[in-house]
Design a binder for this molecule. Structure first.
Ligand SMILES: Cc1cc2nc3c(=O)[nH]c(=O)nc-3n(C[C@H](O)[C@H](O)[C@H](O)COP(=O)(O)OP(=O)(O)OC[C@H]3O[C@@H](n4cnc5c(N)ncnc54)[C@H](O)[C@@H]3O)c2cc1C
Length: 299
């Protein structure tokens, strides 16, 4: 049985891993995406992580991962699908049928994008509906796209897409945007951007390719692709009956990462907190690891 299994290799998980390696723990980091570095890889520019002004999110994530690899952190690629008590530790099952056992867990699985519920979604989601502009945006050179959402991610996505597209529709179901007003003003001033407030997307239409979106106003707009930026949900389904979750599904835990379930610790965006950012995730990883050390000593 391992001392510790860290679930997620985003900033929180990798930070915990660096501290775990330097504490000589017998541990592994489980990550569902091959060489994944978490959500930050989807940010096209990070201006608020100290020491790395203007770096791309992808490059920042790579730096985190390389740091862990330099220290020979052991990784296990697989998606955790269940977790149960095993003696004085935990048995963690993976979708591919494998399992690992550990005395303590740090749950650093972050959040994932919410999806729009629109007719035609299944037909187009694989190729024409996206959530990562950095990853998929360049494919829309000289094309038209819609961006759905009203927060910072939606505004940043729309702005980023103006680098490629001849037309960007920013569509928000509410009248007010929640994202940065400076970015919103920039978008309002751009001739290739049309902002549609108080509007929902009902349906995606087209033959082999996405061709149009049908809006709640009755209007049909011609688009080649759709980017969803309508918020996130915490990846905590596996923990539903093990730890206390808040009504949105975030793990109830302070910055020490201690949860209602002894032996399960939380770090990063998955836990109840004020600010979900790389800087707070990195701090959480370190703190949670220190709580794990105390826990393992007291066991
Ligand atoms: C588009 C975008 C732009 C952003 N820009 C900024 C910015 O400029 N500055 C900033 O500070 N923050 C930014 N953020 C927020 C920042 O990315 C997050 O706060 C940070 O990544 C949280 O780190 P984390 O480790 O808690 O979770 P995550 O980064 O979400 O990492 C969690 C990891 O766990 C893995 N995982 C999930 N479930 C499982 C499972 N069941 N089994 C195995 N693995 C699993 C995931 O694949 C993922 O790799 C941005 C986020 C987005 C989406």
């Amino acid at each position: 049985m391992l001392d510790l299994l860290i679930i997620g290799s985003g900033p929180a998980g990798l930070s915990a891993a660096v501290y775990a390696q330097r504490s000589n723990l017998d541990f592994k980091v489980a990550e569902r995406e091959f060489l994944g570095t978490g959500q930050i890889a989807r940010s096209f520019r990070v201006d608020n992580y100290l020491g790395f002004y203007g770096i791309t999110g992808y490059d920042l994530g790579e730096k985190f991962r390389l740091h862990a690899e330099e220290l020979r952190v052991p990784f296990h690629t697989g998606e955790v699908c269940a977790c149960s008590r095993a003696g004085d530790g935990w048995k963690v099952d993976f979708l591919d049928g494998r399992h690992l056992e550990a005395r303590a867990l740090i749950w650093a699985a972050g959040t994932e994008t919410r999806h729009l519920n629109i007719i035609g979604r299944e037909k187009f989601e694989a190729e024409y509906i996206h959530s990562c502009a950095v990853c998929d945006g360049p494919a829309y050179d000289d094309k038209a796209v819609a961006v759905a959402g009203g927060g910072d991610t939606a505004l940043d996505t729309a702005l980023f897409m103006t680098n490629f597209c001849n037309q960007v529709y920013l569509i928000h179901w509410m009248d007010q945007f929640q994202g940065n007003p400076v970015t919103l003003k920039k978008l309002e001033d751009m001739p290739t951007v049309e902002i549609l407030r108080g509007t929902s997307i009902l349906m995606a239409e087209g033959g082999d390719r996405m061709e149009r979106l049908v809006l709640s106003s009755g209007r049909r707009i011609r688009v080649d692709g759709l980017f969803e930026a309508i918020g996130a949900r915490p990846c905590t389904d596996v923990l539903k009956n093990l730890t206390d979750l808040d009504p949105q599904g975030y793990i109830v835990a302070g910055e020490d990462g201690i949860t209602s379930c002894p032996g399960i610790f939380a770090a990063g965006d998955v836990r109840t907190k004020q600010l979900r950012q790389v800087s707070t995730a990195v701090g959480d990883g370190a703190n949670a690891l220190y709580s794990v050390l105390d826990y393992l000593k007291s066991e």
